[in-house]
Ligand binder design. Structure first.
Ligand code: NAP
Length: 251
């Protein structure tokens, strides 16, 4: 039996939290009593994720913004500081895909994905680390890599490069944050059931599942539980690492 964590007094920012994995992560931390800032391109308190979080009886801050827009991220951290005075955990979950074969991929298509997934995580991490240092009580940043960041994937030069880049970013922030007890780790999900993967044709989905040793698709909760582990003191001696959440693929 897993004893639930008590995260009362902790503040978590989840980017890209309107749906999918981010929504599940925000709920998982709220279940444990943490106050939650949820952020997405357009997010109001009417969204389901906000209603769910409020039902856990914790404080909620709903924020609209773009992780790739530095000014927007600065405003978000100003609002978090104003409401909570701190940010203990950052889940850099926001991400996009714009797939296409490399020979046809435009530079715009390539850089759009790099900008949101990699540069956006850099901007959010930099601002989070500044607030964590100001508060001076350690912190934890979790980046979102992917199985394709390790392996590459046909039609995903932009996405694979962004997710591989996040592994280097994670190790560097881990080294730079360590003396202030700020940890930085990554998760690398495999094939997870979310709106991002809903667009994949059914036949291809089944072929993907057939290749997974545990013979099932992953669920957002599989990722959220790993993020909960990395975000909290359960992992207090772990930094600069990546947890693969992929049902045993590519072992
Ligand atoms: P998702 O369902 O597409 O959700 C991503 C969220 O991020 C969306 O709400 C999206 O908003 C938001 N977003 C996009 N661009 C943003 C920006 N510039 N600023 C702020 N928010 C932005 O994705 P998911 O499947 O839950 O994936 C979450 C993370 O896990 C991503 O980093 C993804 O790459 C990674 N991952 C997913 C899988 C998988 O199989 N699902 C596998 C490996 C890694 P809009 O909908 O308005 O664009």
């Amino acid at each position: 039996m897993v004893k639930e964590l008590d995260l009362k007094g902790k503040v978590v920012l989840v980017t890209g939290a309107k749906q999918g994995i981010g929504r599940c992560i925000a709920n998982r931390f709220a279940e444990c009593g943490a106050d939650i800032a949820v952020m997405d391109l357009s997010l109001s308190e009417d969204e389901d994720v906000c209603k769910e979080i409020k039902a856990h009886g914790v404080e909620l801050l709903a924020l609209s913004g773009d992780v790739y827009n530095e000014q927007s991220v600065e405003e978000i951290f100003a609002k978090i500081k104003d409401k909570f005075g701190r940010c203990d955990i950052l889940a850099n979950n926001a991400g996009i895909t714009k797939d296409g074969m490399s020979k046809k991929m435009t530079v715009q298509q390539f850089s759009d994905v790099i900008n949101v997934n990699l540069v956006g995580s850099f901007i959010c991490s930099q601002k989070a680390m500044a607030l964590m240092r100001e508060v001076g009580e350690c912190g934890s940043i979790i980046n979102f890599s992917s199985v394709v960041g390790h392996m590459g994937n046909i039609g995903q030069a932009n996405y694979s490069a962004s997710k591989a880049g996040l592994l280097g970013l994670t190790k560097t922030f881990a080294k730079e944050g360590a003396r202030d007890k700020i940890r930085c780790n990554a998760v690398a999900p495999g094939f997870i059931e979310t709106p991002m993967t809903d667009v994949i044709p059914e036949k291809l989905k089944q072929a993907n599942i057939d290749r997974i040793p545990l013979k099932r698709i992953g669920y957002p909760l599989d990722v959220a539980n790993a993020v909960l582990f990395l975000g909290t003191d359960l992992s207090s001696f772990i930094t600069g690492q990546c947890i693969n959440i992929n049902g045993g693929s590519y072992m």
